[in-house]
Ligand binder design. Structure first.
Ligand SMILES: [Zn+2]
Length: 135
């Protein structure tokens, strides 16, 4: 399993924590509701107290009402009382490139601080490390 480290986080997570988070994002991807794009995305959000909240993309016939997996996970977490996060892992079915958060999701993540990590992944479990402060 390759890990490409693009930039250093404040406190990088142990590799096994990252791998588990990636697995959980891949599992969340299976719940994706994407009849229009057929583009499944899953996210697993690690909170400050080590809870994991997952999310998937949920599309709508009115396209712009669709919700990305990352924002879905963050909204779920906030609704359950979490506002501090350590990391988010994102999974899709793309094999040629790492799934990267869209601009809207980056803004949504930024709302909850700069010091948490973003792990973009491929279906084989390889990850690419990024942090919101770089955007
Ligand atoms: Zn997004």
């Amino acid at each position: 399993m390759d890990q490409v480290k693009l930039s250093g986080g404040v406190m990088p997570l142990p590799q096994e924590t990252v791998e588990k988070l990636i697995q959980q994002s891949q599992e969340a991807k299976k719940q994706a509701y994407c009849p229009y794009s057929k583009f499944r995305v899953g996210a697993a959000l690690l909170t400050k107290d080590d809870s994991v909240i997952t999310g998937c993309n949920v599309e709508n016939a009115c396209y712009n009402l669709g919700v990305c997996a990352e924002r879905n996970a963050i909204a779920k977490a906030v609704s359950e009382g979490h506002r501090s996060f350590k990391a988010i892992a994102i999974a899709s079915d793309m094999t040629d490139t790492f799934i990267s958060p869209c601009g809207g999701c980056r803004q949504f993540m930024r709302e909850f601080g700069l010091h948490w990590d973003v792990y973009m992944s491929k279906p084989d479990g390889s990850t690419c490390f990024d942090i919101p402060t770089e955007y």
